[in-house]
Structures are given as structure tokens and as C-alpha cells.
Ligand binder design. Structure first.
Ligand SMILES: [Zn+2]
Length: 370
């Protein structure tokens, strides 16, 4: 079992020079201040920075700044030898387990992970697809890591993200290691589906929830990334700033989002075929959700009222929206299916026209939405 956190371990301030995302200051401070076991489980919605939070927490645990121990400097300091090794993805006392499919997006390549050559599925062209799972062979590497002597002074850390990517065999392998912690080995598990983890793993971890950040803080961060009208993307992404940034980088800007509901009501696909199918389905879900809210007199959640105007004369018959919602669910359940994307999107747009556009002839004189 680990010793109690050292004095000053909770000294991180919002001005930490090493904080990758501004809204993580408070959860990081909480994690350092309340940590009482050798394993933490960070969970919350996707797109709020669980991986960055887990990595910063690991960095804080490994930080060697003497000033930070004295409580004078935010932790992690970002400049000590240990912090620099974490930044360089080469800290010898930090093991990061992420699925092969996520490594490059997270800046954690195969060499960093120290393992390769797994058995991901093969696609139609015979090419091996990167695995989306964390497999038992990778979890077993923790055992070897646990039994090596720490190279530096602050123990060792294993980071697993997303924790729900472990299959049952891998999770059982981890459970055995969690049950018998070795030396100064700490764990940080992070993900968005804590319920998908084995209850026995959850019960051995101290749980810390990371919710969606304050909209103002998240919008300012998006704006600093070059996103114009960030509040529109942020709302459409359910308040999840990293998700909003992914959309923006995929060519989905505020104007495209604002015109989407009316475009669907007219049965037009416009630039939808250029977007990933899963994202199109997600956005259609949100248009449908907002249309349902309007149909029962509730303000929309994901799109501003002016964007939904014209889709708001849905009258009182919610049944066509329900049918569209179910069809979107069917497509979403088979997101991995090799659909003909353009044809699938065309079909979904046609299905959207009926519930959204049945009264669109009167859209120009539609009633105001409050
Ligand atoms: Zn440091």
C-alpha cells in the first residue's frame, strides 16, 4: 500500500505551468488532496480530457521538484527532470497502456508503449486494423514492470486509458495485480464508462468524477485553438470541448452546424457526405432530440433556437421523429459496418425530411421559439 501523500502534494494551483487543459486544475487538486489508495479511477463524459488528467496526475506523482514538495510551486512543476521525461514520453517509471488504435491520436506511439505486433482484426483488404482493445498480454506487462526497481525516486505509475477498453480476461489480469500491489506502484485508470468495468476493479479504486467544464472556460480554450463561435460547437458537442475541437478540425464549423437543421428539413445532404458517418449520425440524433424537445414546448439543448426555427412547426405529432430516432439508433449500433457512407447518409437525410420538414412550407412564418 502507498504511503500517505506527501506534504505539498495538493499544492497545485490553477496556474500550474504543466496543466494541459485549464479546466483540469480543480479535479487535479482534488485528486492530489484526497488520494488515499494506490489506485484512482477517473471517469466522466468523453471529450473532457480524462487522458490528459491521468497523465498530469501521473506526472504530479512522479514530479521531483523539491520546491513543490515544500508547497511553494504548483505540482507537477513541469520543469524537473522527471516532468521533462514524462513530456518526452520516456519516463522509465511510467507505463501507459492505451489501445493501439488510439496511440497516435494521444501522442503515445507503439515504441512508447513498448509492445507491438498484436492481433487486431483484419479489414476487407486484408490489412490488419489497429486494435481498439487493451489486451491481456499488455496487462501482463504490468507484472514485469511492477517487479523492476524504480529508476528514479518517486515510485512507479501505471496509466490505463480508456479503462473500459480492457476485455474481461485483461480486466481479470489487472484485478490480480490491484489486489496485491507491489512496492510503490500506483495506478490511474481513466475512461468514460466506469459501469463497463468489473465491479471488483471499481471497488479497488478511489473514484473521481470529471464533469463537463464551465462553458466559459471551455469556449475560451476553444477560441485559443482557433475555433470561431466556439459556443456553437461546444453546445452541439454536449459541452465536451475536446469533442468540439475534433469536429472543427474535421471541417465542421459553427456555420455548418447552424444551417444543419434547416438543411435536413429540406432533405439536402450538402457537405454531410464529407463528414465521418458516426459524426453525422451523432449530429442527426441531436437535431432529432432538439426537435422532440421543441415539439413538446421545451427549449433545444444542442442547437440555438434560431437554428431550429423552421423545424419547429413539427406540430404535435411526434411519431415521425420517433421513427427517425429509431432508425438512427439502428445505424449507430452498427457503426463498424462497412456502410456505403454516401448512400447511407443520403437515406438518413431523406428520412429526416419527413419529421423535420413536413410543415416546412410554413417555416418562413414559423412561430417564435422561446
Ligand atoms: Zn516536476
Amino acid at each position: 500500500m502507498l504511503e500517505a501523500p506527501m506534504a505539498g502534494e495538493n499544492a497545485l494551483s490553477p496556474a500550474s505551468p504543466s496543466l494541459p487543459l485549464p479546466w483540469l486544475a480543480a479535479p487535479l487538486r482534488d485528486a492530489l488532496a484526497t488520494q488515499r489508495t494506490h489506485a484512482l479511477l477517473l471517469h466522466g463524459p468523453q471529450g473532457v480530457g480524462q487522458f490528459e488528467m491521468a497523465l498530469t496526475l501521473a506526472q504530479a506523482w512522479l514530479c521531483e521538484s523539491t520546491a513543490s514538495v515544500a508547497g511553494d510551486t504548483p505540482r507537477p512543476c513541469g520543469v524537473c527532470a522527471s516532468c521533462r521525461l514524462v513530456h518526452a514520453r520516456s519516463h522509465p517509471d511510467l507505463m501507459v497502456l492505451v489501445p493501439e488504435a488510439l496511440r497516435s491520436a494521444l501522442g503515445w506511439n507503439a515504441d512508447d508503449a513498448g509492445e507491438e505486433g498484436g492481433s487486431g482484426a483484419v479489414d476487407a483488404t486484408g490489412k490488419r486494423k489497429p486494435s481498439k482493445d487493451i489486451r491481456v498480454a499488455e496487462v501482463r506487462r504490468i507484472l514485469a514492470f511492477a517487479h523492476t526497481t524504480a529508476a528514479r525516486e518517486h515510485g512507479k505509475v501505471v496509466l490505463i486509458y480508456p479503462a473500459e477498453a480492457m476485455n474481461t480476461i485483461a480486466a481479470n489480469g489487472l484485478l490480480k495485480i490491484l489486489e496485491e500491489p507491489t512496492g510503490k506502484l500506483r495506478f490511474v485508470l481513466a475512461g468514460s464508462s466506469a459501469d463497463a468495468l468489473l465491479p471488483t476493479i471499481r471497488s479497488r479504486c478511489q473514484s473521481l468524477w470529471i464533469g463537463v467544464p464551465d462553458a466559459e472556460v471551455a469556449s475560451a480554450w476553444l477560441s485559443a485553438q482557433g475555433v470561431s463561435r466556439p459556443e456553437v460547437l461546444l453546445a452541439a458537442a454536449g459541452g465536451q470541448p475536446q469533442e468540439a475541437l475534433h469536429w472543427f478540425r474535421d471541417g465542421i464549423d459553427a456555420q455548418a452546424l447552424l444551417s444543419l437543421p434547416k438543411q435536413l428539413a429540406r432533405g439536402e445532404a450538402a457537405n454531410l457526405p464529407n463528414w465521418p458517418l458516426a459524426r453525422v449520425v451523432d449530429l442527426m440524433f441531436k437535431v432529432c432530440h432538439d426537435a422532440m424537445r421543441l415539439a413538446v414546448g421545451v427549449a433545444p439543448r444542442y442547437f440555438p433556437p434560431e437554428a431550429m426555427r423552421g423545424c419547429a412547426d413539427i406540430a404535435t405529432d411526434i411519431a415521425p421523429l420517433g421513427a427517425w430516432y429509431r432508425e438512427l439508433g439502428r445505424i449507430a449500433r452498427h457503426a463498424e459496418h462497412p456502410w456505403q457512407t454516401a448512400l447511407t447518409i443520403e437515406s438518413l437525410v431523406l428520412q429526416a425530411k419527413t419529421p423535420l420538414g413536413s410543415n416546412s412550407s410554413s417555416a418562413s412564418s414559423s412561430r417564435s421559439i422561446n
